[in-house]
Design a binder for this molecule. Structure first.
Ligand code: IMP
Length: 200
């Protein structure tokens, strides 16, 4: 069966974060009417899988089956070679504090743990995307960008771990870079390129 996404269809984005849904709608070239799982009042499943793709599929499947609509979900994070791939799927969790998410806190932990592990600056970001049809098929892709870590972090553009990551071939961190330059080479852009090639 050849699965294609037709322009204009209503697509659920399996997130409760409106900002993320807007970004995803833009990355899909505005072709679809995107509604969030949050706006539909769908429950957020627990991310219990061991891989980015596994968690993206789990989120897409849950929202598609509950809503009866085709659904897109993503899962992403930073993996560090010296830490055996951590924080990886736990990237958001490393930023959890009693006062909410704090990425300065998470980046301090990364620096401490990399030093304790004896160093090594290689890291990569991964973005997994999954599209699920209600009670039907699922398609998943993964994009990756390799680079190196720098401490202390630099720049205030972007979000999350951007200040400590310099993509391969660049001298600026994602946090220092013009957003368009980041978006042209990011893990997320690469995953969306693959998704579009497969489903448009
Ligand atoms: P989730 O995909 O919403 O579960 O969260 C993934 C986490 O990975 C985010 O909260 C960020 O900490 C981190 N992350 C994913 N993509 C990026 C990025 O492009 N820049 C910086 N941090 C990122």
């Amino acid at each position: 069966m050849v699965l294609k996404l037709e322009t204009g269809l209503k697509l659920v984005c399996a997130t409760h974060n409106p900002g993320k849904a807007i970004e995803i709608a833009e990355l899909l070239d505005g072709r679809f009417e995107v509604v969030t799982a949050g706006a539909l009042g769908l429950p957020e499943p627990e991310e219990v899988e061991a891989t980015f793709v596994g968690n993206a599929v789990l989120k897409a499947r849950a929202a598609a089956d509950a809503s009866g609509l085709i659904t897109i979900a993503d899962d992403s994070g930073l993996s560090i070679t010296a830490l055996g791939g951590a924080p990886g799927i736990y990237s958001a969790r490393w930023a959890e504090t009693d006062a909410g998410r704090d990425f300065a806190f998470a980046m301090d932990r990364v620096e401490r743990e990399v030093k304790a592990a004896g160093g090594g600056d290689h890291a990569w970001f991964t973005s997994a995307l999954a599209v699920a049809w209600p009670h039907g098929a699922v398609a998943a892709v993964e994009g990756r960008v390799d680079g190196r870590l720098v401490f202390p972090g630099r720049g205030s553009n972007g979000f999350g771990y951007d200040p400590i990551f310099i993509p391969k071939g660049e001298s600026e961190t994602f946090g220092e870079m013009d957003p368009a330059r980041k978006h042209a080479q990011s893990h997320r852009a690469r995953a969306f390129d693959k998704l579009k090639a497969a489903l448009f």
